[in-house]
Ligand binder design. Structure first.
Ligand SMILES: *[C@@H]1O[C@H](CO)[C@@H](O)[C@H](O)[C@H]1NC(C)=O
Ligand SMILES: [Cu+2]
Length: 238
C-alpha cells in the first residue's frame, strides 16, 4: 500500500522533469548518473545529483550543480572541441539553454565553484517573437535530447567545471532551474580568460526578479527574451 502510494507520488515527477545523464566528447561517451543513485553508480565525470526535481530560486545552492559537490573522474577536452550533454528525458519546451564554465584554481576535489567565477560559453533563448511558442533552446533539447557546445578555442588550459542549465518557463512566474555539472581538463595553448564583466556567482547569477527568470510567457505582451546571467564569452575579447 505504502509502496503504491510512493510510486504514484513519484511517477509524475520522474515523467516530467530531467537531468543531464551523460556526455559525449569526440567519439567517447562519458556516463553520468542515472536512477538517482549516485552512491551506487559507477565512477563518473559528473558531479552527483539526487533527483530530477527543479530548483525554484536562483539563490538556492542546489542551482549550482543540482546538489553535486564533486566527482571522482574528469574528461580531457581540447580547447575548440565540442562537449555534448545528453538528457535521458526532457519535456519542457519553453525556456533557454545556458552552458557555463568555471575555472578551478587547482584540483577538482577542492574546486566547489564558489565565488564570482562562472561564465557562459553558449546559450539559446527564444526566436520568432512569441514567448508562448516552442521556439526555445529547451524545445531543441526535447527534440534531440542533446546539446553540443564548443569550448572556446583560445581558452587557457586547466581544470574546469562545465554546467548545463535548462531554465523551464512553462509555469507563469514560476521558473524551474535544472542544472548538472561535469569536470573537464581543458588542454591547448590558449591564454584567454574571461574579463570580469562576464563572471557571475552561482547561485545568485541574477535576481529572482530578472525578467529572464520571473516571466509570464502567456501574457502576450513581450516579444523578446534575454536569458539571465549576462553575455556569452566566445573566448575572444577585443
Ligand atoms: C559545436 O558547438 C557549436 C556551438 O558552440 C555548434 O554550433 C556546433 O553545431 C557543434 N558541432 C557539432 C558537431 O555538434
Ligand atoms: Cu519538469
Amino acid at each position: 500500500m505504502r509502496f503504491d502510494l510512493l510510486v504514484l507520488a513519484f511517477a509524475p515527477l520522474v515523467a516530467s522533469h530531467g537531468a543531464v545523464t551523460s556526455y559525449i566528447i569526440g567519439s567517447t561517451d562519458f556516463p553520468g548518473y542515472e536512477g538517482f543513485a549516485p552512491s551506487t553508480s559507477i565512477k563518473t565525470i559528473q558531479r552527483q545529483w539526487p533527483d530530477y526535481n527543479p530548483t525554484l530560486t536562483v539563490s538556492d545552492p542546489k542551482i549550482r550543480c543540482n546538489g553535486g559537490q564533486s566527482a571522482p573522474l574528469s574528461a580531457s577536452v581540447k580547447a575548440g572541441e565540442n562537449v555534448t550533454a545528453v538528457w535521458k528525458q526532457w519535456t519542457h519546451q519553453q525556456g533557454p539553454v545556458m552552458v557555463w564554465m568555471f575555472k578551478c584554481d587547482g584540483e577538482f576535489a577542492s574546486c566547489s565553484g564558489d565565488g564570482k567565477g562562472w561564465f557562459k560559453i553558449d546559450e539559446m533563448g527564444m526566436w520568432g517573437g512569441v514567448l508562448d511558442s516552442n521556439n526555445w533552446g529547451t524545445a531543441i533539447v526535447v527534440k534531440n535530447l542533446k546539446w553540443s557546445s564548443a569550448i572556446p578555442s583560445n581558452i587557457a588550459p586547466g581544470n574546469y567545471i562545465i554546467r548545463h542549465e535548462l531554465l523551464a518557463l512553462h509555469q507563469a512566474n514560476t521558473p524551474q532551474f535544472y542544472a548538472e555539472c561535469a569536470q573537464l581538463v581543458v588542454t591547448g595553448d590558449g591564454t584567454a580568460t574571461p574579463p570580469a564583466d562576464f563572471l557571475y556567482p552561482i547561485p545568485g547569477y541574477a535576481p529572482q526578479s530578472d525578467p529572464g527568470i520571473t516571466v509570464d510567457i502567456y501574457m502576450g505582451k513581450e516579444t523578446t527574451y534575454t536569458p539571465p546571467g549576462g553575455r556569452v564569452w566566445s573566448g575572444f575579447t577585443f
